[in-house]
Ligand binder design. Structure first.
Ligand code: PAF
Length: 279
């Protein structure tokens, strides 16, 4: 069922809770793909009720980012939600979420300055604020996030822990196309030639894992090899970062260990893609 009203969503949640139903929540910005579907399936398995939200959150986009061209297709998203047995699709508009005079934000310090945070100032403040608002509206028992946005997942876990919020954050594995490209709504921006070059990200990550498994623990050597691979493809406009970090603190490692995360952000043409792998 489609719900566009915050008050209606809250009333619905209230009566579901009265009935003792557990609520699983999948927050999204729409243009759903197999990655989202995997989150929905996890939620349906663990909970009585699954709520999906679609909200393209303006405050997590920078001035020169892709808010205006972010892909949208509500009809298709509704079909996917129906097919997947989603109970409620929450689709609020911007004016309801951020009425005039809106002035409250949630900031997680420390985890948000590096990696994507260094290149997208204010991005995580926008994410944590909207996720907090959505959690307050939907009041889920469990919420599901894809680990493709690894930093986002860690930041939200920290917010929930620090603010004693009563919701379990569940990180789900990255879903890839058959050729390795991590699923993302932004893949739609890629021309066929750029899509070919976008494969360089997962290829570099898979190679890095292989090199590590063969015994290399120097992060610089691993990162250098990854750069080489990515730069050997056309249409690579900018490698914003390649970092090997501790999975919890997101601090760069001096010696690479099992369990560390290699994360990267690369512009392929005008499209900024991110991906990561856990060693
Ligand atoms: O990952 C996303 O799609 C968004 O950042 C989220 C979590 C829905 C918040 O707008």
């Amino acid at each position: 069922m489609l719900i566009t009203d915050i008050s209606r969503m809250r009333e619905t949640v209230k009566s579901l809770k009265k009935e003792g139903k557990s609520i699983g929540f999948v927050p999204t910005m729409g243009y759903l793909h197999e990655g989202h579907v995997s989150l929905i399936r996890c939620s349906r398995k663990d909970n009585d009720i699954t709520v999906v939200s679609i909200f393209v959150n303006p405050i997590q986009f920078g001035k020169n980012e892709d808010l205006d061209r972010y892909p949208r297709d509500l009809e298709r998203d509704i079909e996917i939600c129906k097919r997947e047995g989603v109970d409620y699709l929450f689709y609020p508009d911007v004016r309801q979420m951020y009425p005039e005079g809106y002035s409250t934000y949630v900031v997680v310090e420390g985890l948000t300055e590096g990696l994507c945070g260094a290149f997208r100032p204010g991005h995580f403040k926008g994410v944590t604020t909207v996720v907090m608002k959505l959690f307050n509206i939907v009041q889920p028992d469990r919420a599901y996030f894809g680990k493709k946005d690894y930093q986002q997942y860690v930041v939200i876990k920290k917010m929930v822990e620090d603010l004693n919020m009563d919701v379990q954050i569940i990180g789900c594995p990255i879903i890839r196309e058959e050729d390795g490209l991590a699923m993302s709504s932004r893949n739609k921006y890629l021309s066929p030639e750029e899509r070919e070059s976008a494969l360089s990200l997962s290829r570099a990550l898979f190679t890095a894992k292989e090199i590590f498994e063969k015994g290399e623990t120097d992060p610089e050597k691993i990162k250098q090899k990854m750069r080489q691979i990515i730069q050997s493809y056309p249409h690579i406009r900018d490698i914003q970062y390649i970092e090997i970090v501790d999975p919890k603190t997101l601090q760069p490692k001096k010696r690479v260990e099992k369990g560390d995360v290699i994360a990267l952000a690369v512009y392929v043409g005008d499209t900024r893609l991110i991906d990561n792998i856990t060693l």
